[in-house]
Design a protein around this ligand. Sequence first.
Ligand SMILES: Cc1cc2nc3c(=O)[nH]c(=O)nc-3n(C[C@H](O)[C@H](O)[C@H](O)COP(=O)(O)O)c2cc1C
Length: 203
Amino acid sequence: MRETVSLALTGASGAQYGLRLLQCLLMADKQVFVMISRAAQIVINTETDLKLPGTPSEQEAFLAQLYSAKEGQLRVFGREQWMAPVASGSGAPSKMVVCPCSTGSLSAIATGASNNLIERAADVALKERRQLILVPREAPYSEIHLEHMLKLTRMGAVVIPASPGFYNKPTTVEEMVDFVVARILNQLNIEQALMPRWGDDLI
Ligand SMILES: Cc1cc2nc3c(=O)[nH]c(=O)nc-3n(C[C@H](O)[C@H](O)[C@H](O)COP(=O)(O)O)c2cc1C
């Protein structure tokens, strides 16, 4: 049976990070439970050439075809689909990533709002002490944003800012995206060939 990872895309800039992560998880033969906020849909349609359809079932078919997902490998759940596995500790996978993570979703997760399925799934991950990775993007950060990140870090979540490094001398946007996605995959303990690990060339 495939390992399952939950992936929420919210409305911060950087849709490419979430979409590339989805592609890499599928290529790594993971099952992926995807949630896409309404704002994320706007950002995806603004920042990429994709025209993501509006309903979860249409999005599922669209993304499955785009990334050649195998039968049943990719599921998209709607914002109020409370019967989805991610909404309960008994059904949720052990790993969840919010990428990109808007400051709005960051706030809702830090305060346990649970007003939509993304917020609820993150709340479940926290209460069950499962792996939760947040990839925020904002500049500059306010004290509120920083406090939320500190609070979530103290609860065991991992904050991976969408801030690519430059020591690999990237020449394309894709390489910069892969820098961040490789960090997330490393954290998830999923093998990746996007970026060598530091010091690999010395071994
Ligand atoms: C094109 C676009 C870019 C945005 N970029 C950011 C961003 O980088 N960071 C952020 O926190 N919010 C950003 N926002 C605002 C969020 O989408 C907005 O606060 C929204 O309510 C977040 O909702 P969500 O968390 O449910 O996705 C952006 C919105 C749009 C339309």
